[in-house]
Design a protein around this ligand. Structure first.
Ligand code: PXG
Ligand code: PLP
Length: 441
């Protein structure tokens, strides 16, 4: 067994999320501290974070402003009831968020995670259609290989089989567009792929099948992260937007990963020049430090609910911790940090260096595709025959042992470093990966 310094004696009680529990508990991997681009392991090693935690620590770790804001808020106002009462920071934060959001997304609902943000967005969409007198619009359209968190709404519109198959019938009335991953024609594309934009017309086919009058909303990740970094083909998102507009269907962008600077613009909607009706965020909103999500909606949607007697609740939805004071303080300090350091656009400056670095690994053994956009990257490996996921997981373990944190999904290595990364650290990621891919898997 590895060095177990700093590891609790009994690991049985905690049933870990999305983890091979039995294997982990035999050979545990613990982080005990973090600063900027690095984690410290339980056995005292430094690990370069090439994944921003789980795609969330966009400003790097233990940033002083954020830490101090949380400490200060915890001593001043710890909790305020979220329903029928408020506290100033939740309102200040909403205004700050609307200021950096794509034009037209003027209102914010708070949640505590991406999964809750997704379910909130789907509920807003269904309720909006109903308050507009279009109650027959109840269908939700997702996409194959989509990831929208783990709650029932999110797995219903999501398209990852293993996350769905154990959980019964899910939401009814959901349909899925095909995914856009076309390695046969697009492998090793830098940035947006040439081929596949026409797959958006599959939405027209679905609309024809069900009739637009039954469809409330379409939800997609502008760039799919969890499923292995699938970048939208050129023109695809604009076509989805046009089809939705034409048929009165709401377009929801799930920007849980792409939000807050990951592509070199504040949101992917800015990067692609396509504005959704609803935008789902979480993760980078608080730099991953305190759980919080935000759902942005257009004035048109918000205003549709603001009818009826003024003493009545307009939308029957919310969480105990919606707009929690400490989370709000963390988010405000995160936005300050992003602003002071130009982090919402920094990825644009580094994107071509990042792209060149990643694509230099093309000649490594087992590499069948490399994809990149902004400060996201993926290296797809040829699976070991009959043992899918094993090759990439071996790379993950070797990377961890040798001081690099990567993320794997299937046989794909996904990379999304903190946006404070320096060029020499990009070089380090690339050279460590070359070593691992060449000698260790
Ligand atoms: N939507 C999208 C697009 C996501 O990427 C969620 C919703 C759910 O967020 P919460 O906060 O409920 O986990 C996500 C989360 C990975 C990985 O390595 C990705 C996520 C979470 C954990 C790991 O691919 N995405
Ligand atoms: N379950 C019970 C019994 C509750 O009382 C509540 C909230 O009051 C919830 C679940 C929902 O919790 P949350 O608001 O934190 O999502």
């Amino acid at each position: 067994m590895s060095n177990r310094l700093n590891i609790p004696n009994d690991l049985r009680a905690f049933w870990m999320p999305f983890t091979a529990n039995r294997q982990f508990k035999q050979e545990p991997r613990f982080f005990v501290a973090a600063k900027d681009m690095h984690y410290t392991t339980h056995d005292g090693r430094q690990v370069l974070d090439a994944t921003a935690g789980l795609w969330c620590v966009n400003a790097g770790h233990c940033r002083p402003k954020i830490t101090e804001a949380i400490q200060q808020q915890a001593g001043e106002l710890d909790y305020a009831p979220a329903f029928q009462l408020g506290h100033p920071k939740a309102f200040e934060l909403a205004n700050r968020l609307v200021d950096i959001a794509p034009k037209g997304l003027d209102h914010v609902l708070y949640t505590n995670s991406g999964s809750e943000s997704v379910d909130t967005a789907l509920k807003v969409a269904l309720a909006y259609q109903r308050v507009k007198g279009q109650g027959s619009r109840t269908r939700l359209i997702g996409r194959e290989r989509g990831y929208h968190g783990v709650n029932f709404g999110g797995i219903s519109v999501g398209g990852i089989v293993s996350n769905r198959k154990m959980f019964g019938t899910l939401l009814t009335g959901v349909d899925h567009m095909p995914h856009t991953h076309l390695p046969a024609v697009n492998a090793f594309t830098r940035g947006e792929p040439e081929h596949g934009g026409d797959l958006a017309t599959e939405l027209e086919r679905i609309v024809t099948l069900h009739d637009a009058s039954t469809i409330a909303a379409v939800i997609v990740e502008p760039v799919s992260g969890s499923t292995g970094v699938l970048i939208p083909p050129k023109g695809y998102l604009q076509k989805l937007r046009d089809i939705c507009t034409k048929h009165g269907i709401l377009l929801i962008f799930d920007e849980v990963i792409t939000g807050f600077g990951r592509l070199g613009t504040p949101f992917a909607a800015d990067y692609f020049g396509v504005t959704p009706d609803i935008m789902v965020t979480a993760k980078g909103l608080t730099n991953g430090v305190i759980p919080m999500g935000a759902v942005f909606v257009s004035a048109e949607i918000h205003d549709a609910f603001m009818t009826g007697p003024e003493h009545m609740i307009e939308f029957m939805h919310g969480y105990t911790y919606s707009g929690n004071p400490i989370a709000s303080a963390a988010a405000l300090a995160t936005l300050d940090t992003y602003k002071e350091e130009g982090l919402l656009t920094r990825a644009a400056e580094l994107a071509s260096y990042w792209e060149d670095g990643l694509h230099s690994l093309k000649d490594c053994p087992h590499v069948i595709d490399i994809r990149n956009i902004g400060l996201i990257g993926a290296i797809e490996l040829e699976p070991i025959a009959g043992e899918p996921t094993k090759r990439a997981f071996a790379a993950f373990l070797k990377a961890y042992e040798t001081g690099l944190l990567i993320r794997t999904t299937g046989d794909i290595i996904a990379l999304s470093p903190p946006l404070i990364i320096e060029k020499h650290q990009i070089d380090e990621i690339v050279s460590r990966l070359r070593e691992i891919l060449t000698h260790n898997i």
